[in-house]
Structure formats: C-alpha cells, structure tokens
Design a protein around this ligand. Structure first.
Ligand SMILES: [Zn+2]
Length: 161
C-alpha cells in the first residue's frame, strides 16, 4: 500500500521531474529513502547533454553502492516518477536495493508517448519484475499520474491540455 509518507516522496519525484523539464531534460525524478524514512539522495534525468544512460534511478543505484551497506540498501526504498527502465531495474537489482514505488508505469508512459507521436525508443519498456523477478514494486499511483503525463506532454511539445 502507498501511504502518506510515500505520497510525499512521490510528490518530490514529480517536482524533480519538473526541474529536469525546466533544465531542458526529459521529465523523470527519483528519491532514495532509508529504512527510517530519511531522504538520502535525489536526482533527475540528465540525458540532454548526450549520455542517454543518465537516468536518476541508475545514478541512485550507483550512489547506494558507494555509500550504503548491503543491509541498508535492502531496507531502502526508491521512489520515482516513472517506472524503472530495464537498465535502471537491472542496476537496482545488481546493487540489491529494496522496494520501488513509482507514479507512472512504463506501459502508461509508452502509451502517452505514442499518443504524442514520439518515435519508438531503442530499449523495450519491460515491467521491473521482468528484469528483477524478486523486486518489491508498487505503482502506478493514479493520484499523481496526470501530473507526470502533463510533464511529458510539455517536454514533447504537446502543450498544455
Ligand atoms: Zn532508466
């Protein structure tokens, strides 16, 4: 179940996605939270400069490997505005991070991008559990999904609706 604290972290993810958009980048944002509910790190997409692997979930996975013990990683939660792509899901699985809570699913995002006429991505959108079978995953979260959709609409030039 997604509780009030989860929603607060997810709202921060949407805010970070908005910051990415304002910086000219794709609107994705993520937050890494420890077992006690403390925010340890946060990031947003940074692919605009040309490195398409600069996803926030990937950055947080590497940050956790450098700064947390295996037990701390397993007890941590990654909140994110959009479900992990296969690359980020794999990184999450390899470093042994815990729960994932996302606002919009990869399936939703793919449908929205198709509606906006965005060409197919070079990497297939797979559900996280297809990549990391043991992952504890929650989402999508309908209460915030429309905000995320609007950010993608703005990024891809669809304008406000
Ligand atoms: Zn990714």
């Amino acid at each position: 179940m997604v509780n009030d604290a989860d929603l607060r972290h997810l709202r921060r993810c949407v805010e970070l996605a908005g910051e990415a958009l304002e910086a000219g980048d794709e609107p994705f944002g993520s937050v890494l939270v420890d077992a006690g509910g403390t925010v340890l790190a946060e990031d947003h997409n940074r692919v605009a400069a040309g490195d398409r692997t600069r996803h926030p979930e990937f950055e947080l996975a590497r940050w956790s490997a450098a700064n947390m013990t295996p037990a701390e990683r397993a007890a941590a939660t990654v909140f994110t505005s959009g479900e992990h792509c296969p690359m980020c899901a794999a990184a999450h699985g390899w470093v042994g991070l815990g729960r994932i809570v996302y606002v919009a699913s990869s399936e939703q995002l793919a449908a929205w991008l198709a509606e906006l006429g965005v060409p197919a991505l070079p990497v297939r959108a797979l559900p996280i559990r297809e990549v990391v079978p043991g992952a504890e995953v929650e989402g999508p979260v309908p209460a915030l999904a429309e905000q995320v959709r609007e950010l993608h609409r703005r990024f891809h030039g669809g304008g406000a609706s």
